[in-house]
Ligand binder design. Sequence first.
Ligand code: PLP
Length: 339
Amino acid sequence: MGVKHAIGLNSATAALHIALTALNLPKGKKVLVPSLTFASTACAVLYNGLVPVFVDSDPITLGMDLADMKRKYDKDCVAVMPVHFTGHPVPMDELMPWARGKNLKVIEDCAHTTGMVKRGTPTYKGKALGTWGDFGCYSFEEKKLMTTGDGGMIVSNNDELVQNIKAYRWVGIDKDNWKTAQSYVNANKDAMHWFYEINVLGYKYNMNDLSASIGLAQLKKLDKMNARRSQIIERYMRGIEGINGVIPIVPFDVDKYVYQMFGIRAEKRDELMIFLKSKGIATGCHYTPLTRQPLFKPYAKDCSYIEQEADKFITLPLHYELTDEEVDYIIKYIKEFYA
Ligand SMILES: *Cc1c(COP(=O)(O)O)cnc(C)c1O
């Protein structure tokens, strides 16, 4: 990533939780989050005793609608958590100066974007996604771009802010057992090699060695897997072109960005889902906007665009071992449905 700090964790949920904890924000303050995201983004806000302020989606990219974000901002807002939905970037070049001007902390949820189209080529306007804000949070869950079974990572360039992250991730212990053991083996004079101090209330969020070993193997394959996913997306895009009633869920641009998900916005969504299921094609919906979920409803402010639009969303299979024939099979039945 070309960052100063990259800290392994057992999930992105954990990453989002303790990234926010490390910012030391006063309880009861507000955090701007998109309504269109996985539960974890907003759960992290509640875990920290903060209040989520839900922001509607940009009609084209489905990322946070920056105009709505600015409308919903008030003096109690202390942070903003943009989610690069599907992997398509939130315009961080516009968000950052505004957020800094308001003294807001910024945590990027990068669960849908890991790696780059071309190694060494940053993913957005010369700067990698995940390095624009104070923290970038990644997921290595089974469905993400690379996996450690379950896993996550926090990246940051801010020495001060990451200071307590290691303690938060391992029950408050700010020490690395591997390094401790090494110093004990290397020099026989230190009888206090076992000593540690607990200064903060931490969690059991560390990435274990077994997960990390899977991650190291996956990392070697990441470029290849991402390139194949991009090919599949291109094939889908060509295939659905001109079908009346279907558009891609976001303006996929595989020359610039890597994507964790491929989806469409479809008329008669539910009927199409049932039809595809009858042909053995698994589909999903990412996501039900959080403002529709009972837990988050009490915090909901108007997110009417995404609440209506999400009824058209279908996620289609996107696995790097998916064959061209399988993609064509899926396209064929989408065409047949609309014919
Ligand atoms: C998957 C996901 C998460 C949570 O990731 P885990 O590693 O499963 O905790 C958070 N945010 C988004 C947008 C996700 O898609």
